[in-house]
Design a protein around this ligand. Sequence first.
Ligand code: NDP
Length: 296
Amino acid sequence: MGAQLIDGKVVAKNVRQRLVPRIEALKARGVTPGLAAVLVGGDPASETYVRSKARACDKLGLYSEVIRKSADLAQQQLLDIVRELNDDDRIHGILVQSPLPSQIDEPTVTLAIRPEKDVDGFHPHNVGMLLIGRPQLIPCTPHGIIRLLEYYEIDPSGREVVVVGRSNIVGKPVAALLMQKTHMANATVTVVHSRSRDLPQIVRRAEIVIAAIGRPRTITSDMIREGAVIIDVGVNRVEDPSAEKGYRLVGDVDFEACREKASFISPVPGGVGPMTIAMLMENTVTAAESITAMPK
Ligand code: NDP
């Protein structure tokens, strides 16, 4: 039989469509939501991500700006750019694309972003608000995962969820979202990582598995309980001489084998990836709404 595919492109389109009336309402008030992305150095993957974020803005009629700087940019110069964007009325969302060169301390840069414009949701203010159950700007990939589950009517309430990975951008925030006492949450969450003992046994308990590891085929079919829901966040390049670019993208899950046991599975590409950008658009619109509603 095989699992039903979780189609991130369809759900991302749905998210974008629901943004249209909100954007129109903002424009009727003279506000065009604006996103600024700062790219330091010429990392090709980062360049691709930033370009697709700018393209997504264009499609929705949002204003966007990409600020490109060379890899030798001093930390203070980057902080100055962030401060200017904090004060720029055309900009409602600021993102500083990672990875950053080694002379720049990423948390210091994150702290410099005005929390209301922190559309990545990484500022400690937004992280804290999420943890106490008062989310404002929620990290895009974790929020996108919740939306995927919601679209396919997979309610995590009361279910055993195993999150593999504990990064600040995926593992920790998705676990925090799922354990909240709210709609599309109330799950029993276990977080595992590279130091966890007996990963297969823990993953086998899961009714929902969220894999955010960054290693191909870490989750194999023997770890999957019959009927489990699998969300594969990983994006890994593996060599493939038959592919035009010489490589192809795969997730963290052994897709073909696991789909035989799962009830739902998200593919890579085309699963979580499109959701991340859609949720960035949503955060930019949310930021524009709340910033322009604030008294000056
Ligand atoms: P990190 O490298 O920051 O975190 C990876 C996590 O996986 C760590 O917590 C690590 O444990 C854990 N881990 C590594 N190896 C194992 C193992 N063998 N068993 C169990 N746990 C393990 O990665 P990110 O969270 O940033 O990203 C994860 C993946 O998701 C990457 O492939 C990334 O490209 C992708 N990604 C995709 C996005 C999208 O939009 N589709 C967005 C963001 C990320 P420890 O903490 O102990 O080191």
